[in-house]
Design a protein around this ligand. Structure first.
Ligand code: ZN
Length: 241
């Protein structure tokens, strides 16, 4: 089976649409999403609409949490907070209800999906975990593979009894070793922060035991124009270039 894993679309309809086009042309059996469908970008309602229409299984991100639980807004930096307050005005009651229903993690195909870090953290950044916390995860994580988003940086950590090795991922295919556990960060569709302005997602081939990293070009100018027109923080637009 070939499964596409996407994350951190952040209301970027142009990036999401191009990624879906790429997925639809790549013989993918199912799509899974790691949350943060909204925040920063101009099209939260439309992005969630497509997500629901295509019935893409999705977990909750910290930006969904910021919308459904306003008390959690304190956790965000001023730019993200301002974006979320505006995002709240751009979504319908149905979208809000949909977000409330998202779980903090899901297990599919024997694999764990979570926004921040295993086993079920929405807000922990992978880089915050110490060596000993990673060893603990290697011992307790029931699945051999976990996909996360949240940092907007592609990479993976291989967990075994002796070491945990964080690695950066770039475009291409890499094999998963059979005797190791992995946490794979799939990067961001709609708000990349890795110095390359293309949308990112990964394809997990469960039969071949490989992860393929995909970079997709999209119409950045249109997204930027919408962000500025709506009065979202201009840094949200600048970041996309
Ligand atoms: Zn995010």
């Amino acid at each position: 089976m070939r499964l596409a894993i996407i994350s951190d679309i952040h209301g970027n309809l142009e990036a999401f649409t191009e990624v879906l086009r790429d997925i639809d042309a790549s013989g993918i059996d199912e799509i899974f999403c790691l949350g943060d469908n909204v925040g920063y970008g101009p099209d939260p309602e439309h992005v969630v609409g497509i997500m629901r229409e295509r019935a893409i299984p999705c977990v909750m991100g910290n930006h969904e949490l910021g919308i459904v639980d306003p008390l959690s807004l304190d956790w965000f930096n001023p730019v993200a907070r301002r974006s979320l307050v505006l995002t709240g005005r751009l979504i319908s009651a149905e979208t809000l209800e949909y977000m409330r229903g998202l779980n903090t993690f899901m297990v599919k195909e024997g694999c764990l999906f979570v926004h921040g870090a295993p086993p079920a953290s929405i807000s922990t950044y992978l880089f915050e975990l110490t060596h000993s916390q990673l060893f603990q995860l290697a011992r307790t994580m029931q699945q051999d593979l976990c996909f996360v988003g949240h940092t907007h940086d592609l990479g993976y950590i291989r967990l075994d009894e002796e070491e945990s090795s964080p690695m950066v991922l770039s475009e291409g295919i890499f094999p998963l070793a059979a005797d190791c556990k992995y946490i794979v960060n799939v990067g961001s569709v709609g708000q990349p922060r890795d110095g390359d302005n293309r949308a990112k997602y990964v394809v997990w081939d469960t039969t071949a035991g490989t992860i393929e990293v995909k970079f997709v070009r999209y119409d950045i100018a249109t997204t930027v124009e919408k962000i500025l027109r709506l009065g979202l923080p201009s840094v949200n637009a600048r970041r996309l270039w």
